[in-house]
Design a protein around this ligand. Sequence first.
Ligand code: 3PG
Ligand code: MG
Length: 397
Amino acid sequence: MANFNTLDGVSVAGKRVLLRADLNVPMKDGVVGDTTRIERTVPGLIELADAGAKLIVITHFGRPKGERVAEMSLKPVADALAKQLGRPVKFADDCIGAAAAAVVDGLKDGEIALLENLRYHSEEEKNDPAFAAELAKLGDIFVNDAFSCAHRAHASTEGLARKLPAYAGRLMQAELEALGNALEAPKHPVMAIVGGAKISTKLDLLGNLVARVDQLVIGGGMANTFLAAKGVNVGKSLCEHDLLETAREIFAKAKAANCEIVLPVDGLVAKEFKANADYTVSDINDVDANGMILDAGPKTIIDLNKRLESCETLVWNGPLGAFEIAPFDTATVSVAQQAAKLTKAGKLLSVAGGGDTVAALRHADADQDFSYVSTAGGAFLEWLEGKELPGVAALHD
Ligand code: 3PG
Ligand code: MG
């Protein structure tokens, strides 16, 4: 992932710059909800527009599967983008053909257009070369600024990079640099925290991490499968009893790689999965046969927070407990705040991402102090798995 072409030294004045963004934002009743992805895209757009580019932004939105699904139009996103930019955004109601060409041909230097949803065409997801060629007609150079789509080998992420001179956008660049610092050439000791419900979805990720980090903290429902593999009775807790052998293989792999797997030593145990359910604090070897472990307990929190003090690098994916329901957010909040505090003090490099993680860190009010919080879901996970992302590979120089 190390070598990719950046925009440094590239002259864009007067050129048509076709920029793949990820403006796949949450939307309800035609109104954009969380605008983080738009906000993060904006500085890179301003840089290009101010350098005199004719900027043409392309993105997918939702999964319309090749149909023109009205609810998946990017028109409301164009308005939200214009608002965040503080500049007008022209909108074309198709991403190829006459409608797109008319808008692109009308752009003056420094102006910005957004084209309609790429996935209105099924050829996008098929990485169809003819479709990529249609898109390529609209630009002189291609900028991929959508790390969060880089795990997809689609026409607008992979195919286009083969048709036009291709560069990583500023957001893609920042993301790749932050992730590289955390896992490719990190300062040791490195801790990874992996939480969430199931190990079945994260086997490749765990396998890759044990080979790269010094301590692998496992939390959330996943921890129960590892505990059960060690003979701990986890009661009625979420647990993949059919994967105990797989968990044992990961223990063995970790041992061979000199990676310590860190599991909870206590938990908050409840009989019901709901907010404010009655719970007891149990030693992990003492879990009630009818109970469910819904969060890591106080001794575990102290242990993790202490361990973090002697780490240089932290990679975090997934919550440590059922953070959506109080008080089972306690461990996630406490450890996130400790990581944020150490990062702010310059003692830790911390990178987080994937699915629920951003929401969990936000809930802990810790996200702004992490070194980098990725808004990527699937792409972040595939990166943690050590996979080459096709959208990034296509930018290698
Ligand atoms: C995301 O939201 O994770 C990205 O935009 C990719 O979307 P996709 O999972 O529909 O490809
Ligand atoms: Mg996704």
